[in-house]
Design a binder for this molecule. Sequence first.
Ligand SMILES: C=CC1=C(C)c2cc3[nH]c(cc4nc(cc5[nH]c(cc1n2)c(C)c5CCC(=O)O)C(CCC(=O)O)=C4C)c(C)c3C=C
Ligand SMILES: [Fe+2]
Length: 419
Amino acid sequence: MSERISRRKMFGLGAAGVAAAGAGVVAVRAGSGGAVATSASVAATSDAVPFYGEHQAGIVTPAQDRLHFVSFDVTTEKKAELAELLQEWTAAAARMTQGGEAGAFGAVGGIPEAPPDDTGEALGLPASGLTLTVGFGESLFDDRFGLAARRPAALAPLPKFPGDALLPEISGGDICVQACAHDPQVAVHAIRNLARIGFGRVSVRWSQLGFGRTSSTSRAQATPRNLMGFKDGTNNLKLEDAKLLREQLWVAPGDGQDWMAGGSYLVTRKIRMMIETWDRTSLLEQEQIFGRNKGEGAPLGKKAEFDPIDFVAKDAAGEPVVKADAHVRLAHPSSNGGAHLLRRGYNYVDGSDGLGRLDAGLFFMAYQRDPRRQFVPVQLSLARKDSLNEYIKHVSSGLFACPGGVKDAGDYWGRALFS
Ligand SMILES: C=CC1=C(C)c2cc3[nH]c(cc4nc(cc5[nH]c(cc1n2)c(C)c5CCC(=O)O)C(CCC(=O)O)=C4C)c(C)c3C=C
Ligand SMILES: [Fe+2]
C-alpha cells in the first residue's frame, strides 16, 4: 500500500485554524515529484506565510519570486451566491497558503466517481511562501448586487493618462486575486483552483504571470532588477517603515467606507517595454533616464544605492545631475505632495509579438491608502514628462479595493462588505 500523507503534513507546516477536515485523507506520495528541499535557500522559501491577521498577507510580505495574478468577472447575479463563493475561496486559500490542498478530500482522497476537489499539480510541493490577496474592482459596485452605496470614493475609475494604450480585455474586472509564491507551480495551482471553485459564478477575465519580483518590500531583501537591467525597489515603502505604512499604505477607520479599514488599494499596470530599442541605447542615456547608475543603483553623483538623491546638484555645464525628466525625480515623493507607493511589481515575458520582438515588460503593482492622492498624481507627472516614456507603453490597468485581513476561521474575504 502506498504511503499517504497530506501535502501539509508532509512538510510539517500545519497551522491551527486551517481546516483540518480531510487531513490524512488527502493524498500525496512521500518522495513523489521534485518538491524535496535540496539546499538551505530552498528550505527557507518553502515556509508558509500566516493567512489570518489584521491585514491581508501579500502586501508587506517580503515579495516572493513569482506571481500569478487573475481578474475575474462575476457571472452570477445572486449576491448570496457571490458571498458563498467568497467563503469557499477563503477556506481554500487558508488551506493552500499553509501547504494544504484546496479541498477537504484533495486530488486523490475523494470518491472515484466525483471530480477531485484539488487539481493535483501541487501535490508534494511545500507552501512555498504562497500568499493570496483579494481585491474588489469598481465594476462590482454597480447595481447587480446592491453594493453601489458601499463603493469607496477612492475606488473611482482612474483618469486616462497621456500615452495610455489600454486594452479593455486585459483591464479592470470585478474581483482580483494576487497569488505570490517562490514556486510558480504553487502560485498557478492556487489561482487555478480558485477559478475551478468559482465555476458558474465567476469567469476569468484576464490573468498575468510574473517572475523575478521587481521590488523589495523589506530591508532584509536585496533589491532585484527589472528587464531594463536596473535595480528596482530601492526607494520603496518597506515592511520596516511602520509610521509611513500607517500614513500611506493602510486605510484607516474614518477614511471612507468602514469595510475597507485595515485594507489598501491596489493599482495594476501592465507596462510593455520596447526592450529592443532600449538595448540599443547608450549606458549614459539609460542612467540619465532613471537618474541612477546601472551597476550599484546609486543616485547619479552618489556612490551607494541607498545614498539620498541630490536633486539640486549641477554638473560642470550647470545642468542638473539628475535631469528634470529623470524617472526618479518625477516619481519622488518630493515632486508629488509627499505621496509614497508600496510597489510590488514583477517582470513578464509573454512570448513574442509576431514582429520579431519579445513581448516583455513590467507588471507594475502598487498598494496605497488612496490612489487619488498617490498613484494618480505620480502617474500624471510621469506620463507628461518621464524620459522613460519613449521605451514603454501602458497596455492594461486595474484598480482594486483590497479589504483588511481575514481575522480567523469564522471570517471570510469581504465579510464586512457583504454582511
Ligand atoms: C506611477 C508610478 C510608477 C510607474 C508606473 C513606474 C514605472 C516604472 N518604473 C521603472 C523603474 C524604476 N522605478 C524607480 C523608482 C520609482 N518608480 C516609482 C513609480 C513608478 N514607476 C516610484 C515612486 C519610484 C521611487 C522614486 C523615489 O522615491 O526615488 C527606479 C529606481 C529605483 C527605485 O527606487 O526603485 C527604477 C529603476 C520602470 C522600468 C517602469 C515601467 C516600465
Ligand atoms: Fe518606477
